[in-house]
Design a protein around this ligand. Structure first.
Ligand SMILES: [Zn+2]
Ligand SMILES: [Zn+2]
Length: 158
Protein backbone atom coordinates (compact mmCIF):
# COMPACT_ATOMS: atom_id res chain seq x y z
CA UNK A 1 0.00 0.00 0.00
CA UNK A 2 1.47 3.35 -0.89
CA UNK A 3 1.06 6.41 1.20
CA UNK A 4 -1.85 7.83 -0.78
CA UNK A 5 -3.84 4.65 -0.53
CA UNK A 6 -3.07 4.38 3.10
CA UNK A 7 -4.37 7.88 3.78
CA UNK A 8 -7.51 7.15 1.86
CA UNK A 9 -8.10 4.01 3.86
CA UNK A 10 -7.38 5.89 7.06
CA UNK A 11 -9.90 8.63 6.31
CA UNK A 12 -12.62 6.16 5.45
CA UNK A 13 -12.00 4.10 8.54
CA UNK A 14 -11.98 7.18 10.70
CA UNK A 15 -15.19 8.45 9.21
CA UNK A 16 -16.91 5.24 10.20
CA UNK A 17 -15.46 5.45 13.67
CA UNK A 18 -16.54 9.03 14.05
CA UNK A 19 -20.03 8.19 12.91
CA UNK A 20 -20.23 5.37 15.43
CA UNK A 21 -18.86 7.61 18.15
CA UNK A 22 -21.29 10.43 17.36
CA UNK A 23 -24.17 8.01 17.48
CA UNK A 24 -23.22 6.72 20.91
CA UNK A 25 -22.63 10.24 22.14
CA UNK A 26 -26.02 11.36 20.89
CA UNK A 27 -27.78 8.42 22.52
CA UNK A 28 -26.02 9.05 25.80
CA UNK A 29 -26.80 12.72 25.68
CA UNK A 30 -30.42 12.06 24.91
CA UNK A 31 -30.75 9.95 28.03
CA UNK A 32 -28.97 12.57 30.08
CA UNK A 33 -31.09 15.40 28.77
CA UNK A 34 -34.23 13.42 29.43
CA UNK A 35 -33.10 12.61 32.95
CA UNK A 36 -32.12 16.20 33.60
CA UNK A 37 -35.46 17.42 32.33
CA UNK A 38 -37.40 14.94 34.46
CA UNK A 39 -35.47 15.96 37.58
CA UNK A 40 -35.79 19.69 37.00
CA UNK A 41 -39.13 19.91 35.29
CA UNK A 42 -40.57 22.58 37.54
CA UNK A 43 -37.47 24.74 37.54
CA UNK A 44 -37.11 24.52 33.80
CA UNK A 45 -40.72 25.48 33.32
CA UNK A 46 -40.36 28.43 35.70
CA UNK A 47 -37.21 29.53 33.96
CA UNK A 48 -38.89 29.35 30.60
CA UNK A 49 -41.81 31.38 31.90
CA UNK A 50 -39.46 34.00 33.34
CA UNK A 51 -37.53 34.11 30.14
CA UNK A 52 -40.68 34.59 28.12
CA UNK A 53 -41.88 37.32 30.46
CA UNK A 54 -38.57 39.09 30.22
CA UNK A 55 -38.58 38.73 26.47
CA UNK A 56 -42.08 40.18 26.16
CA UNK A 57 -41.14 43.04 28.45
CA UNK A 58 -38.00 43.85 26.50
CA UNK A 59 -39.62 43.52 23.11
CA UNK A 60 -43.10 44.78 23.80
CA UNK A 61 -42.86 47.47 21.16
CA UNK A 62 -41.59 45.05 18.57
CA UNK A 63 -44.27 42.49 19.42
CA UNK A 64 -47.01 45.09 19.30
CA UNK A 65 -45.75 46.29 15.96
CA UNK A 66 -45.64 42.74 14.67
CA UNK A 67 -49.15 41.95 15.88
CA UNK A 68 -50.46 45.12 14.32
CA UNK A 69 -48.86 44.26 11.04
CA UNK A 70 -50.13 40.69 11.21
CA UNK A 71 -53.66 41.86 11.92
CA UNK A 72 -53.50 44.33 9.10
CA UNK A 73 -52.33 41.72 6.66
CA UNK A 74 -54.75 39.04 7.81
CA UNK A 75 -57.80 41.09 8.56
CA UNK A 76 -60.15 39.09 6.37
CA UNK A 77 -58.80 35.78 7.60
CA UNK A 78 -59.07 36.72 11.27
CA UNK A 79 -62.58 38.03 10.85
CA UNK A 80 -63.58 34.85 9.06
CA UNK A 81 -62.09 32.64 11.75
CA UNK A 82 -63.75 34.62 14.48
CA UNK A 83 -67.09 34.38 12.76
CA UNK A 84 -66.70 30.65 12.20
CA UNK A 85 -65.79 30.09 15.82
CA UNK A 86 -68.73 32.16 16.97
CA UNK A 87 -71.20 30.30 14.77
CA UNK A 88 -69.81 26.94 15.82
CA UNK A 89 -69.85 27.57 19.56
CA UNK A 90 -73.23 29.23 19.37
CA UNK A 91 -74.67 26.22 17.61
CA UNK A 92 -73.22 23.85 20.18
CA UNK A 93 -74.40 26.00 22.99
CA UNK A 94 -77.95 26.22 21.70
CA UNK A 95 -78.06 22.48 20.99
CA UNK A 96 -76.94 21.71 24.51
CA UNK A 97 -79.39 24.08 26.12
CA UNK A 98 -82.24 22.84 23.98
CA UNK A 99 -81.52 19.18 24.66
CA UNK A 100 -81.09 19.85 28.34
CA UNK A 101 -84.41 21.65 28.62
CA UNK A 102 -86.21 19.07 26.57
CA UNK A 103 -84.85 16.04 28.35
CA UNK A 104 -84.23 17.39 31.84
CA UNK A 105 -86.92 15.21 33.44
CA UNK A 106 -85.82 12.06 31.66
CA UNK A 107 -83.83 9.46 33.49
CA UNK A 108 -81.29 8.40 30.95
CA UNK A 109 -79.14 5.31 31.09
CA UNK A 110 -75.98 4.66 29.12
CA UNK A 111 -76.81 2.82 25.91
CA UNK A 112 -73.64 0.77 26.35
CA UNK A 113 -73.76 -0.36 29.97
CA UNK A 114 -77.10 0.77 31.38
CA UNK A 115 -75.62 2.83 34.20
CA UNK A 116 -77.70 5.87 35.16
CA UNK A 117 -75.09 8.05 36.84
CA UNK A 118 -73.14 10.91 35.29
CA UNK A 119 -74.93 10.57 32.02
CA UNK A 120 -73.69 12.71 29.15
CA UNK A 121 -75.70 13.40 26.06
CA UNK A 122 -73.96 12.75 22.80
CA UNK A 123 -74.92 14.92 19.86
CA UNK A 124 -74.18 13.18 16.58
CA UNK A 125 -75.08 16.42 14.84
CA UNK A 126 -75.55 19.87 16.31
CA UNK A 127 -77.96 20.70 13.55
CA UNK A 128 -80.37 18.31 15.22
CA UNK A 129 -80.30 19.50 18.82
CA UNK A 130 -82.81 16.95 20.06
CA UNK A 131 -81.14 14.02 18.42
CA UNK A 132 -79.09 12.75 21.35
CA UNK A 133 -77.67 9.47 22.60
CA UNK A 134 -77.06 9.03 26.34
CA UNK A 135 -73.72 7.63 27.46
CA UNK A 136 -71.95 7.33 30.76
CA UNK A 137 -68.73 9.32 30.94
CA UNK A 138 -66.51 6.33 30.22
CA UNK A 139 -68.44 5.12 27.21
CA UNK A 140 -68.81 8.63 25.90
CA UNK A 141 -65.05 9.05 25.93
CA UNK A 142 -64.69 5.63 24.30
CA UNK A 143 -67.07 6.62 21.59
CA UNK A 144 -65.21 9.80 20.83
CA UNK A 145 -61.90 8.00 20.78
CA UNK A 146 -63.32 5.56 18.26
CA UNK A 147 -64.70 8.39 16.17
CA UNK A 148 -61.38 10.16 16.27
CA UNK A 149 -59.53 7.00 15.24
CA UNK A 150 -61.91 6.59 12.35
CA UNK A 151 -61.08 10.11 11.26
CA UNK A 152 -64.51 11.53 11.87
CA UNK A 153 -63.81 15.06 12.98
CA UNK A 154 -67.37 16.27 12.76
CA UNK A 155 -68.36 14.57 15.96
CA UNK A 156 -67.99 16.88 18.92
CA UNK A 157 -67.74 15.90 22.52
CA UNK A 158 -70.51 17.25 24.63
ZN1 LIG B 1 -70.41 13.11 22.35
ZN1 LIG C 1 -71.61 3.24 29.90
Amino acid sequence: MNKKEYMKEYVIRNKEKKKEYDKIYREKNKEKTKEYYQKNKEQIREKRKDYLKEYVKKNSEKIKEYQKEYKKQNKKRIQGLRRLYYIKTKKEHLARAKAYNYYKDHNFVCVECGIDENIELHHPNYNEPLNIIPYCKEHHINLHNNLKNNGNKNMQIM
